[in-house]
Design a protein around this ligand. Structure first.
Ligand code: PMP
Length: 341
């Protein structure tokens, strides 16, 4: 039987489905060099990976220009976040987050038995950093996503620094940079410098988004060395697979091709935003690989019913739409145009 006819292969998702716009995945299948490296790793799958992911940690630390003991590795950013909560919180502690936010946060807060405190975004989809800094007093953890999910908004560097200097030193700040690679240079913050200056900040990143490796489940966090050692103590034995290790190394080697893909995605996002605004549709100032249409004026979630497009729907009727191929953009515009008629 050909491999593609087996039941095992039948459970795989379609790599290039233009309608799959609900999870902020990359529309591109893995780069040839990444596929080749992963394929080569399959021959060693009878062997365990390293007990603790020292090699991947030093590759990532070298890339960032930090010491190895400042880095931890997880099953996606989600795994890193859970590791941080495991290492640094006790049941009943408070976790402050904005609302709406990445769906994982309420789930992880529940799993770690934390008390969630939510702070509404402002009407343009930005964090209310003053209210979050107030709420951070007495809290164990406060989460800031930059860019934010679902709105894609980016807080000014000066506002972020002001916020960090207001948060008590014994409150951990999770700075979630899952989409950082999509940021234009003027929005970048020197995160390595931040963790140097603020010993309570953990920056979390992932290979799921710009690197297009969501199926491999690999992400990392970095922070000051003292905090890094506490997090490394919670590093799951044999927790990072061989394919994940080689895929990251191959991705770093294929940086130029990845950059080109990121440029394609951000150009497509700008095009989609321009088309939406030209149609009179309000959309937040999203800087990642998705756009967000709040539900206030129109119930966009209803408009996407029956469109065949999978988008993330919110209770208020808002939708978050991943930027995909040109065909995806056209299908989104058609659906929005039909709703406005
Ligand atoms: N943080 C944010 C803000 C996200 O949007 C996501 C994925 N949607 C994650 C973390 C987790 O991503 P992963 O676990 O795939 O790395």
């Amino acid at each position: 039987m050909a491999a593609r006819d087996t039941a095992a292969v039948a459970v795989l998702p379609d790599a290039v489905n233009p309608c799959a716009l609900s999870l902020n995945e990359s529309p591109f299948p893995p780069l040839p060099a990444v596929r080749a490296a992963v394929r080569a790793s399959l021959d060693s799958l009878n062997r365990y990976p390293e007990f603790l992911p020292h090699r991947l940690r030093s590759v990532i630390a070298g890339r960032l220009g930090v010491a190895a003991d400042q880095v931890v590795i997880g099953e996606g950013a989600t795994g890193v976040l859970m590791q941080v909560l495991h290492a640094l919180t006790s049941p009943g502690d408070t976790l402050v987050m904005s609302t709406p936010t990445f769906d994982g946060y309420p789930i992880l807060a529940r799993m770690a038995r934390l008390r969630p405190v939510t702070v509404p975004l402002d009407r343009h989809g930005h964090h209310d950093l003053d209210a979050m800094a107030d709420a951070a007093v007495g809290a164990r953890v406060v989460v800031v996503c930059r860019p934010h999910n679902p709105t894609g908004t980016v807080e000014q560097v000066s506002a972020l620094e002001r916020f960090l200097s207001r948060v008590p030193a014994d409150t951990v700040v999770l700075l979630d940079e899952a989409y950082v690679e999509f940021l234009a240079p003027e929005h970048r913050v020197d995160a390595v410098d931040l963790v140097h200056r603020f010993g309570n900040v953990v920056v979390v990143r992932t290979f799921s988004k710009a690197y297009g490796l969501a199926g491999l489940r690999v992400g990392y966090g970095f922070c000051a060395p003292a905090l890094g050692r506490a997090l490394w103590a919670m590093q799951l034995p044999f927790g990072v697979s061989l394919p994940a290790l080689v895929a990251v190394v191959a991705s770093y080697e294929a940086e130029n091709q990845l950059r080109q893909r990121i440029r394609t995605i951000t150009a497509e996002r700008r095009r989609l935003q321009m088309r939406l605004r030209a149609m009179g549709v309000y959309t937040t100032d999203a800087q990642a690989n998705f756009v967000y249409l709040p539900g206030a004026a129109v119930r966009w979630s209803d408009a996407f019913d029956g469109s065949g497009l999978l988008v993330r729907r919110y209770d208020d009727g808002g939708v978050r739409i991943t930027v995909g191929s040109r065909a995806s953009t056209r299908a989104v515009i058609r659906t929005v145009a039909a709703a406005m008629r």
